[in-house]
Design a binder for this molecule. Structure first.
Ligand code: BES
Ligand code: MN
Ligand code: ZN
Length: 499
């Protein structure tokens, strides 16, 4: 869907539907809503009086204007109580109303920014509206071949603005388009089945990202990994016919020589568990085990499109975890790229193995910060639920900045402790570490394992096992791939760029 900007007045805009966000009490009618209500002879007041619409969050009500204004319809969308209004409610409401209009095969709509709703957050309000609309309308359809003509799509949302607001809105739409495109890019990669999202195909996507200015892409192939001694990554790949790739994206938007921010994303294009094989039920969802990698690629892409004045490295170790004849076996010991040895007690704890080598590789860049993103542990879902990102690390500043960014983007982040004592649980009897500390605190012991491969660099780990994929529709995340934590990380970078 396109978003266009026009100077003018909503009441005089010819379109299939104008969208109005309305708070729960009629007393709170804004100037914009009151104006349209008056022009239509009280149509909005009417549906509220009759009880058809009371402005509860994301409630939608359609009114036919019968020629009282230029638009054919008014689509009211509830924003809840005015004093409880926030960006998350704006995103949800605009997602819901756009989905509703699309369901009616409406292709064009218009709206205006009602600044009185969130007068202190103009920029963020405008971008939340665009984000809600675009992310809510996301659908993944490339594999649907039957009755494709029945697929519905919104064509255009027109933002009708005053001349004064024009530059601000134009700028916010530009940025929101970049960010939502990045989220949808990540969603597309995660949604794709593993037969069409192999490590090679992920690498091809990375190369396309590198067509941008100041972005370059290198892909380390199996031979190079062997030469470098990346045996943890190679070990995981050993049971698969798909050759592994270490995807390296570099974006140079900052000063020459300035230390980059390194993102490392788990790129397991399919996790069968390997010899420690997973149960059949829901194994299909393990095509999403490259969500962290997809997010990292999306973040580099957005950073370049936003021209952020930062240097950024994105590292994505990409492989399958399969149980072919060459596969890792429980008890095997691997010498990682760092030189440290790992006893593999469970081949299903593979994410930390490939991340170990990629994290160690990140140290080559002497990064200012390392953030890894991974669908690492089922235990994180047990601990925090499906919607929450688990955050672990010892760098208080990065954690604080991530938490702050999450408040803006509406992504839920919760910290788990990473006390030194947890490291005892991953000591191996015969190697340096073992790749699982058992069931107890396993999100934490996974992070403790990763911490052994980041040296003294400031590092934070985000476990996205829960929110990467959603089995039920959320307001602006249709069920399936969420694109988390792309918006969070872009917000983090934007804040960092301002410092
Ligand atoms: N990719 C899984 C974690 C996962 C599970 C992500 C469910 C999303 C949804 C990971 O590789 C894994 O299998 N972890 C094991 C670790 C265990 C063997 C120590 C787990 O969480 O059970
Ligand atoms: Mn696994
Ligand atoms: Zn996995």
């Amino acid at each position: 869907m396109n978003i266009t900007v026009k100077k003018g007045n909503l009441a005089d805009t010819k379109t299939q539907a104008i969208i109005l966000g309305v708070c729960e009490s009629e007393k709170d009618f804004s100037k914009l809503v009151a104006g349209i209500d008056q022009k239509t002879g009280g149509l909005i007041r009417d549906v509220m009086k009759k009880g058809d619409f009371d402005g509860k969050p994301s409630q939608v009500c359609l009114i036919y204007t019968r020629g009282t204004i230029q638009a054919e319809r008014i689509a009211l969308v509830g924003l809840g109580k005015k004093k409880e209004l926030d960006l998350e409610k704006v995103r949800g409401a605009f997602a819901k109303v756009m989905q509703h209009l699309r369901g009616l095969k409406i292709g064009d709509a218009a709206t205006s920014m009602d600044w009185s709703l969130l007068p202190d957050q103009k920029e963020q309000f405008a971008s939340a509206l665009v984000e809600g609309a675009k992310l809510g309308l996301y659908q993944y359809t490339p594999y649907k071949t039957v009755n494709r003509e029945d697929l519905k799509e919104m064509r255009n949302l027109e933002m009708v603005v005053t001349p004064d607001d024009y530059p601000l809105i134009l700028e916010e739409i530009r940025k929101s388009n970049i960010i939502t495109d990045a989220v949808c890019f990540a969603r597309d990669l995660v949604s794709a089945p593993s037969n069409d999202m192999t490590p090679k195909i992920m690498a091809d996507h990375a190369r396309k990202i590198a067509k941008r200015k100041n972005v370059s892409c290198h892909v380390l192939e199996k031979g190079k990994m062997k030469a470098l001694g990346m045996n943890a990554l190679l070990g995981v790949a050993a049971g698969s016919h798909q050759p592994p790739k270490l995807i390296i994206l570099e974006y140079k938007g900052g000063n020459k020589g300035e230390a980059p921010i390194a993102f490392v994303g788990k790129g397991l294009t399919f996790d069968s568990g390997g010899i420690s094989i997973k149960p059949a039920e829901k194994m299909d969802e393990m095509k999403t085990d490259m969500s962290g990698g997809a997010a990292v690629m999306a973040v580099v892409m957005a950073a370049a499109d936003l021209k952020l004045p930062l240097n950024i490295v994105g590292l994505v170790p990409a492989t399958e975890n399969m149980s072919g004849g060459g596969a890792l076996k429980p008890g095997d010991i691997l010498k990682s790229y760092s030189g440290k040895t790992i006893e593999v007690l469970n081949t299903d704890a593979e994410g930390r193995l490939i991340l170990a080598d990629a994290l160690s590789y990140a140290l080559r860049y002497k990064p200012a910060a390392i953030i890894d993103v991974a669908t690492l542990t089922g235990a994180c879902i047990i601990a925090l639920g499906e919607d929450v990102i688990g955050m672990l690390g010892k760098d208080e500043q990065i954690k604080k900045d991530i938490s702050k960014a999450a408040q803006t983007t509406g992504e839920l982040v919760w910290e788990l402790p990473l006390w030194d004592s947890y490291s005892d649980m991953i000591k191996s009897d015969i190697a340096d570490y073992k790749n699982t500390g058992g069931r107890v605190a396993s999100t934490i012991t996974a992070a403790a394992f990763l911490s052994k491969f980041v040296g003294d660099y400031p590092w934070v780990h985000l476990d996205i096992a829960g929110p990467a994929w959603t089995t039920k529709d959320k307001p602006y995340i249709p069920k399936g791939a969420s694109g988390a934590p792309v918006r969070l990380l872009i917000e983090y970078l934007q804040n960092r760029a301002k410092k």
